[in-house]
Design a protein around this ligand. Structure first.
Ligand SMILES: Cc1cc2nc3c(=O)[nH]c(=O)nc-3n(C[C@H](O)[C@H](O)[C@H](O)COP(=O)(O)OP(=O)(O)OC[C@H]3O[C@@H](n4cnc5c(N)ncnc54)[C@H](O)[C@@H]3O)c2cc1C
Length: 388
């Protein structure tokens, strides 16, 4: 039986200094006022091009990110790997909107695929669709508006970029996860990823789509995709998440006078997440799944389905994932019991990773239970070390 309260395993690669720093950080992000003020100040400083790296790099950045470049992530990859926790390098430049940036991002993703080939601690690559395409363009395509000739060419380049990355992953044997985005562009992304699954998942799962289970249409989507992939003789592959844009989605639907795409409450989201997980696990022979969550109950339920189905804990089609700097008690305890576990390790220049860092801080504040849980476990471990 997995014990997520085992802090000795959870924090075994953190010395007292690192733990105290984490305690300080989670105490800070636990304060709603501090996080709100901090993010306003940070956005302002970036707009005014004030230097912020000196303050962020040794603190929030070093806790939640691997480094500014792929090679700077080496010590983090190595350290996680020593506890059998694997790495997914996540190039985290956000809010880009020109072709040069998109091309640069494509090269970065392909470089993470190369890194995966040479490093056994990196099983997957990942990318965020909005790192490769203009959101306004995807929105226009999804809304069914007519594209100008130059927009059509731009959209063709987006498809080529997606295809190049997945083809490169397939050639080098590295599966690639595609992150999910807001509903107003996700349909276009789904279309491209579904197509790529049919083309590249013939021999093994290469491209993974991400399903946000806070959406009430995703269980049906999951079942339909599995059925279609089976008809076509390819491996369906999914990363399951609850979803990161709840407030934005509700606001967008309200303004558009539409029904919200999100379940009305957390319980319904939890139920859908666990049901989707169970469907994938019970079909693990030909369905690949990455259970990406910081929710202990969902992880325990998944462990239970794996045990009931007598599946090997390290089944090649099953993995868990958490974000670097969060929920180590889940990652390290699952890994110590033999499950395949990954950490998303974001990297990129400090300035460009700021939106990611602010989201982490806000998420830790809005999910107050999560922060207090992290803090409780860190304090428990410090106390345990003191008394031993
Ligand atoms: C490795 C990894 C990769 C990720 N990739 C993506 C990605 O590609 N796209 C993406 O959108 N997110 C992604 N996320 C973030 C994820 O969607 C969640 O926002 C985050 O993990 C918190 O959910 P949880 O399952 O960990 O924990 P929990 O704390 O149990 O769940 C919190 C989540 O529950 C849902 N929720 C909360 N309140 C309500 C409510 N009132 N009604 C309905 N639902 C509610 C929301 O989704 C909220 O984020 C990723 C997370 C991880 C760990």
């Amino acid at each position: 039986m997995i014990d997520f309260d085992n802090t000795e395993i959870a924090f075994r690669d953190k010395n007292n200094y690192a733990l105290k720093k984490a305690r300080w950080l989670f105490s800070l992000v636990g304060s709603d006022v501090l996080v709100k003020t901090g993010s306003v100040l940070l956005h302002g400083a970036l707009r005014m091009r004030l230097p912020v790296s000196w303050a962020l790099k040794p603190t929030v950045f070093s806790h939640f990110c691997g480094g500014e470049t792929i090679d700077e992530c080496d010590p983090t990859i190595q350290k996680l790997g020593e506890s059998n926790v694997l790495t997914i390098l996540d190039y985290s430049a956000e809010g880009k909107d020109n072709e040069d940036d998109f091309e640069y991002t494509r090269q970065q993703i392909q470089a993470t695929i190369d890194k995966s080939v040479e490093n056994k601690h990196i099983p997957y690559a990942v990318f965020k669709p909005s790192g490769l395409a203009r959101v306004a363009l995807l929105e226009k395509v999804q809304a069914g508006h007519t594209l100008s000739d130059s927009e059509q060419q731009e959209m063709d380049r987006v498809k080529t970029r997606f295809d190049d990355i997945i083809a490169y992953g397939a050639k080098r044997g590295v599966p690639v996860m595609v992150d999910s985005e807001e509903t107003w562009i996700q349909e276009v992304v789904d279309g491209m990823v579904d197509d790529l699954m049919l083309r590249y998942n013939k021999e093994k799962p290469i491209v993974f789509n991400t399903l946000q289970m806070y959406r009430h249409d995703r269980l049906a989507y999951l079942k339909n995709t599995i059925a279609r992939c089976r008809e076509e003789g390819v491996y369906p592959a999914f990363k399951l998440v609850r979803g990161a844009y709840m407030e934005k989605e509700r606001e967008y639907a309200r303004k558009a006078g539409k029904l919200s795409p999100i379940y009305p409450d957390k319980e319904a989201t939890d139920k859908a997440f666990d049901e989707a997980t169970a469907i994938c696990l019970k079909n693990a022979d030909d369905v690949a799944v990455c259970i990406a969550t910081h929710n202990e109950i969902s992880c325990l339920k998944a462990v239970d389905v794996i045990a009931t189905g007598s599946l090997p804990v390290d089944h090649p089609h099953i993995s868990f994932a958490q974000l670097l700097g969060m929920s180590d008690h889940i990652s390290y305890n699952l890994a110590a019991s033999g499950y395949n576990v990954c950490k998303y390790v974001p990297y990129g220049p400090v300035k460009t990773v700021v939106p990611y860092l602010i989201r982490r801080a806000e998420e830790n504040t809005s999910v107050a239970g999560q922060t207090s849980r992290e803090l409780f476990l860190i304090k428990k471990e410090l106390q345990r070390r003191k008394s031993s």
